[in-house]
Structure formats: structure tokens, C-alpha cells
Write a protein that binds this ligand. Structure first.
Ligand SMILES: *Cc1c(COP(=O)(O)O)cnc(C)c1O
Length: 370
């Protein structure tokens, strides 16, 4: 049985009809930019994530750049970034003119290694740091990292593109961040029908600056207080996300169940399915396994032959990317990131996977590794 890595087409019954209806009414009223759907989404996210301010924008990469700019990060500033994350986290730092210092990974949770942050703060006087909550949870050390950054005067930006629905100590993970972001890229947990993103904060000044920068630095129709750019979220995307919010709890439940199924079923094999760190409720964004590189290669070959999709999130450290050359100010490392990336493998995971699909994936993994 073939199983895709991700299948974005499994909409709830009636969902696509409601979407088509929205497209039709919004098109006939030419409601394309701003308006009630965007406002409704921002209010809904504030309520659901228990943050004071949500500013929607064009995509998750812009969200990071808007946050950095709002924090006053620019040319000459050092920003700490994880060495294991999506490229956009790194790119955002470079694109605002700042210098990235990469941080090693903590192989237990996939977040940044706390000792690397401490060393980097001691040695490079960063203005800000970015951490990314990958895989559907956050760092075991999140509280300590937030505290450390506050104490040392380093502004902490949390890239939450993958963590919609994650709970940390009973709260939304976004709730206690100084400033955080998400992405509505379709394959994310809360996806749009195209690109979209948002910045979250409890700080009114940061929220104001993000809002202004995302709309050309505009203060009135032809009045500009700063140089921003156009990063508005379009209204159709907001409408799609609003419709998705009606089903998000079911989707999260389905994802979490599949994530846990893999954990239960793959015990005792020569592979480690990453666990949810203490204090977290995961969102089931993805499955994450680690197995020795030769075994991984063997398993990947069998999965391919059987028509089962898989991923490697992420296949290499950012500091090793050719595009990073010339931009990296320093790399603070215990030498773990490269190895971590050579052992990571992600099995199919998306909402409404069937029991047959899950069993088929597990059967192939078992027959290959037992
Ligand atoms: C997806 C993602 C982004 C970028 O979001 P876009 O909406 O695609 O620009 C940034 N950071 C992480 C960790 C992501 O997974």
C-alpha cells in the first residue's frame, strides 16, 4: 500500500464547498486585501493562543523579518540562530543585515543546546536570538532559555512556524514568548490555500512596529513613518484559515494519535522515535526518528521501493549550506548538528491518516529493521 509523506487533500466533508462559497462571495464583493476575514483571524488567534497581539502577514519568512526589524535588529547586530532549522530562520537574519551566529542542536529535543547559547552570549554579545520550535514541540529548556535571554538582555524571537497547537506547561507555547511567529504555508499544522504568516506578542510597541512595517511603514494613506515593505496577508488566505480553525482540534487530535501510534509500534527497534519533552502537549506536526546512517539508507531504499513517503527534517546543518558561506559570523558547536542531521528520518504524518496506512508504514519499518 502506497502512503504519501503528506496528503493535504483530506478535507472534512463540506469544507471545500464552504471554501468555494467564500471565494465566490469575496470575489463578487472584491474583498481581497484586509477587511473582516483578516480582522477575524487576528482576533481568533489572540483568543486561541492567549496572546495580546496578532499581526498577520504575507508568509512565515516575512514574519521573522518583521519581528527582527520591530526589535530594532539590523546592520552590525549579532543574532544567534539554531544550526538545525529551516533555512528561512537563518535567511531572515541575513536579510535584515544582521550577522548570524549558529548554535548547536540538543539531540534530545531537536532544539538549541543551552550550553551553546550561554557560550554564544558570553563571546559574541548578541542583540537577539532566534529559537525554532521544530517537530511539534519546543525545547526541554524553553523556560531556562527565556529566562537566560531576559537576564542577559538578549531579545528572544521564537520561530513557531511548526508549533500551532503546542501546549507548554498548560499554556499555548506562544503565550509567554517576547515575540513569536507562525507560517500558514499549506503543509503547516494551520495552513492556508497559499502563503500567509503571523507575528504574535504581548508587547504593544512591538506589535505596532510590526503592523507598520508590514504595510510600507505607513501611518496614514500617504504618510510613512518608516521604510517597511508590503507583507499584508490577503483576505482569501485569511478566510481559508478561518474555515480551517473550525476543524483544527479534530486535525490536531488525529495528528497526535498517529504520532503516538508510531512511538508505541516502533519500540524495541534499532531506531529512536523522538519523545515529546516533559511539560509539552505535541501538535503531531511530524514523526521524527533517528537511526544510524547506514540503517537509515537501507530503510529509505525499502520505503521508496514500497511507495511510502518519508522526509529528512533537516538533512544538513545550516552552517554547512553553500549559501551560508560569507554570512556566518561564528558557529558555536559541540559538533552535534552534522551527525544529528545524518540520522534523522520522518515517516508519513498528516491529519486523517487511516489505520491501514499507519499499519502499512509500520510493517515496512519492522520488516526492514527487525
Ligand atoms: C515553514 C517555516 C518557515 C517559513 O515559513 P514560510 O511561510 O514558508 O515563509 C520558517 N521557519 C520554520 C521553522 C518553518 O518550518
Amino acid at each position: 500500500m502506497a502512503v504519501p509523506f503528506v496528503d493535504l487533500k483530506r478535507f472534512e466533508s463540506g469544507f471545500l464547498d464552504r471554501w468555494m462559497e467564500k471565494v465566490s462571495t469575496m470575489s463578487s464583493t472584491a474583498s481581497f486585501i484586509g477587511g473582516s476575514e483578516v480582522a477575524k483571524l487576528e482576533v481568533a488567534l489572540c483568543e486561541r493562543l492567549r496572546v495580546a497581539y496578532t499581526v498577520s502577514c504575507a508568509n512565515g519568512t516575512d514574519a521573522l523579518q518583521l519581528a527582527l526589524r520591530a526589535m530594532g535588529v539590523g546592520a552590525g547586530d549579532v543574532v544567534l540562530v539554531p544550526d538545525v532549522t529551516f533555512w528561512a530562520t537563518f535567511e531572515a537574519v541575513v536579510n535584515v543585515g544582521a550577522s548570524p551566529v549558529t548554535l548547536d542542536v540538543d539531540p534530545e529535543d531537536g532544539g538549541v543546546d543551552l550550553t551553546s547559547i550561554i557560550r554564544a552570549i558570553d563571546n559574541y554579545a548578541p542583540k537577539a536570538a532566534i529559537i525554532a520550535h521544530l517537530y511539534g514541540w519546543g525545547s526541554t529548556q524553553l523556560k531556562a532559555i527565556r529566562q537566560l535571554c531576559t537576564e542577559r538582555g538578549v531579545m528572544l524571537l521564537e520561530d513557531g512556524a511548526q508549533c500551532y497547537g503546542v501546549e507548554y506547561n498548560g499554556n499555548s507555547i506562544y503565550q509567554d514568548a517576547l515575540i513569536s511567529t507562525t507560517s500558514f504555508y499549506p503543509a503547516k499544522v494551520l495552513g492556508a490555500a497559499g502563503d500567509g504568516g503571523a507575528v504574535f506578542t504581548n508587547n504593544p510597541d512591538l506589535a505596532d512596529r510590526v503592523r507598520q512595517l508590514s504595510n510600507h511603514g505607513r501611518t496614514q494613506h500617504y504618510g510613512y513613518a518608516s521604510v517597511g515593505w508590503n507583507s499584508r496577508m490577503d483576505s482569501l488566505q485569511a478566510a481559508f484559515v478561518n474555515l480551517s480553525l473550525d476543524h483544527i482540534e479534530q486535525r490536531l487530535a488525529s495528528r497526535r494519535q498517529s504520532a503516538e501510534y508510531y512511538r508505541q509500534q516502533l519500540r524495541g527497534l534499532p531506531l529512536r522515535v523522538m519523545d515529546v519533552p516533559e511539560g509539552y502537549v505535541e501538535n503531531g506536526y511530524c514523526n521524527v526518528c533517528h537511526l544510524e546512517a547506514p540503517l537509515r539508507a537501507m530503510l529509505e531504499a525499502v520505503l521508496k521501493a514500497e511507495g511510502i513517503g518519508f522526509g529528512n527534517i533537516y538533512p544538513g546543518a545550516l552552517s554547512a549550506q553553500p549559501g551560508a558561506e560569507g554570512y556566518i559570523h561564528a558557529a558555536v558547536s559541540n559538533g552535534r548538528a552534522a551527525e544529528y542531521c545524518t540520522t534523522v528520518l520522518n515517516l508519513p504524518l498528516f491529519p486523517y491518516m487511516t489505520a491501514d496506512e499507519l499499519e502499512a508504514v509500520v510493517a515496512v519499518v519492522k520488516k526492514t529493521l527487525v
